[in-house]
Design a binder for this molecule. Structure first.
Ligand code: NAD
Length: 275
């Protein structure tokens, strides 16, 4: 069911499915989208200080009638706020905007080469202080994680990376699972760019599901957590209808064969950290 969750390495339950709110900039539209999502059963919201909508996320949750502790809120520290003290300060700002007294998961948004290790140390401290329920990172390759794992007391519990049928990240995913790091796919639908794929459309026809539902179900069956984005109420509902069917091994294999290492976003090793 929609509340299906993954147990993180510290025992916290993280919903396998949530709403991503990147590029939701219009105040009303953001409130409406989150409200729709919570009404149809979503229980996780993925935001970031970069997205400029933490205030709307907090407001929509407070007005939803769903108790705060039933919703899993993720936010992220942006690149120009990285560093130990800087991250602690950035977290305080995020918490104020959300108007909450804790966050479920706090992530380093990108591995800025000079500062990502210190940034994660600050996230560890926030965890020790019980201001966040789980620690994590985003856009970290194996070599970034190895550096972090060598130093810290608390391993990151989540790594959120670009992942979809054209960028399957099998090696990174295996590395994470080996280290009990849950993997969340950002752009799980390839920003919509994988939905016209004839193989995926064909599988959808076989089972009477949309291309988006096929792709999201494929992620779930790979043990990947997902945060698809939509502001269209019918799509928000459609994207959640993925717990009542199963792809066969043949269908899973067909999708596995679509990998082309094609990114719709930036490669963490070549991110333009221009600030
Ligand atoms: P996505 O793969 O979720 O695609 C979203 C787009 O797909 C929508 O804008 C819409 O055009 C289309 N779409 C959605 N549902 C559909 C449906 N049922 N039918 C047809 N088209 C549909 O891409 P995304 O928004 O880039 O990623 C999702 C979330 O991941 C973001 O909102 C954000 O929370 C997170 N994210 C994180 C990072 C990071 O660096 N950590 C980067 C990008 C995104």
């Amino acid at each position: 069911n929609l509340q299906s969750s993954k147990t993180l390495s510290n025992g916290v339950e993280m919903p396998r499915f949530g709403l991503g709110v990147y590029k939701m900039t219009d105040h009303e539209e953001t409130l409406q989208s989150i409200d729709t999502a919570l009404k149809v059963g979503y229980r996780a919201i993925d935001t970031a200080s970069l997205y400029g909508n933490e205030a709307e996320v907090g407001e929509a949750i407070r007005h939803s009638g769903v108790p705060r502790e039933h919703i899993f809120v993720t936010t992220k520290v942006w690149n120009n706020d990285q560093g130990y003290d800087e991250t602690l300060r950035a977290f305080e700002v995020s918490l104020k905007k959300l108007n909450m007294d804790y966050v479920d998961l706090y992530l380093t948004h990108w591995a800025v080469p000079e500062t990502f290790e210190e940034t994660y140390r600050a996230i560890e401290r926030l965890y020790d202080e019980k201001l966040i329920r789980a620690t994590g990172v985003s856009n970290h390759h194996e070599h970034h994680l190895e550096k972090i794992l060598a130093k810290v007391n608390i391993a990151p519990m989540v790594n959120q990376v670009e992942m979809h049928p054209y960028l399957q990240q099998q090696a990174l995913s295996a590395f994470c699972h080996e280290h009990q790091i849950a993997v969340t796919a950002w752009s799980p639908l390839g920003r919509g760019g994988v939905l016209d794929d004839s193989t995926i459309v064909e599988i959808g026809k076989e089972i009477g599901k949309s291309a988006a539902q096929v792709v999201l179900r494929w992620h779930l069956q790979n043990d990947t957590l997902i945060i698809p984005k939509s502001v269209t109420p019918s799509r928000i509902a459609e994207n959640a209808q993925i717990f009542d069917f199963e792809l066969t091994q043949t269908q899973m294999d067909k999708i596995a064969s679509l990998n082309s290492n094609q990114r719709f976003g930036q490669d963490p090793d070549h991110f333009k950290f221009d600030f």
